[in-house]
Write a protein that binds this ligand. Structure first.
Ligand code: SF4
Length: 321
């Protein structure tokens, strides 16, 4: 295997395929409710990147329905309760704990995964997550998207790389919690160099998993408006394959690659068409690794090697006061 696939990681750990049950916990997002902005991220749809029908059922019921459906369809045995929609740590700690605890009581739910923003992980929330993580494996999936300030600004993320680093380092002090990172390739103005910089920044941090999405356009988003006005250049499939392999070559080899594609359904999707063909994308990525003869982490460099530490020709003279 040229990179550390999530499906293989889960199968190794639980001895069977594990299915995710996407959930709506009823939380919102500071980037949509006016606290930071009311526009949201340029790529974010009306469902806050969560399940594509509004589900008013309590978490317990959503999980029960999800398990029933996946057992019938895939004969699945194990599940991940994925708190996916909006920002799942944006509420009072007590409420968050109550919602998460609803997932704890299902023996078939082997893991809990929580999607959030880097600026929504204060210590009282981490206390809650740590308590849950002692009882069941818990991942916090933090959206970084890009390490570059200009790109974060363009996406209207309203957080910085510093927020992300701070969140990762503080979360990692709670040893039981696993950390996943969401990234986007193909943000306008970003190329190979920027992708590698993002990959190396993440690799320098105590992160356990990563999701890689191509920039894609969904209905009723700011991106849709840019796209329809002809202001948005999206990656071709070939460009994405090349960039994704450059990126993974610079990801630390122990980090699990949790996803390399979009997560949305056809009904919401606008472009690029190829991003819906997940299996084709994955096959091409394998083929590109094969062609290059490289693998995850093969090109990762943190800091300078000995040969690159060239002394300055003229020593810097320090002015004395
Ligand atoms: S932080 Fe998440 S939920 Fe909030 S606007 Fe951005 S993508 Fe949507």
């Amino acid at each position: 295997m040229r990179y550390r696939k999530y499906s293989a990681y889960l199968r190794e750990k639980y001895g069977a395929r594990v299915h995710r049950i996407p959930l709506q916990a009823g939380f919102f997002c500071p980037n949509k409710d006016g606290r930071l902005s009311n526009k949201g991220c340029v790529f974010c749809d009306a469902y806050g990147s969560g399940p594509t029908t509004f589900n008013p059922l309590p978490i317990k019921e959503q999980i029960r329905e999800g398990i029933k459906w996946a057992k019938r369809r895939y004969r699945a045995r194990y599940f991940i309760a994925y708190f996916q929609a909006f920002t799942n740590t944006y509420n009072r700690p007590k409420i968050i704990e109550e919602r998460l605890r609803e997932a704890l009581n299902f023996p078939e739910v082997v893991e809990i995964s929580i999607g959030t923003r880097p600026d929504c992980l204060p210590e009282p929330i981490l206390d809650v997550l740590e308590r849950i993580a002692v009882e069941k494996e818990l991942w916090v999936e933090i959206g970084l998207e890009s390490a570059h300030f200009k790109s974060l600004e363009w996406m209207n993320r309203n957080h910085t790389l510093a927020d992300f680093i701070d969140a990762v380092l503080r979360t990692k002090r709670r040893r039981k919690i696993k950390i996943g990172v969401h990234t986007i390739l193909g943000v306008p103005g970003e190329g190979k160099r920027e992708a590698i910089e993002t990959a190396r920044t993440i690799s320098a941090l105590p992160v356990d998993g990563i999701k890689i999405h191509p920039l894609h356009v969904l209905k009723d988003t700011e991106l849709e408006r840019f796209y329809k006005k002809g202001e948005l250049q999206l990656l071709s499939l070939e460009e994405f394959i090349s960039l994704a392999v450059d990126f993974i070559e610079n990801i630390r080899e122990d980090i699990v690659i949790m996803r390399i594609s979009g997560e949305r359904t056809k009904e919401l999707f606008i472009a690029p068409d190829w991003a819906l063909k997940k299996q084709e994308v994955l096959k091409k990525i394998d083929a590109e690794f094969e062609r290059r003869g490289t693998m995850q982490g093969a090109k990762l460099k943190l800091g300078l090697s000995k040969d690159e530490c060239v002394p300055l020709k003229e020593p810097v003279k320090l002015e004395k006061n």
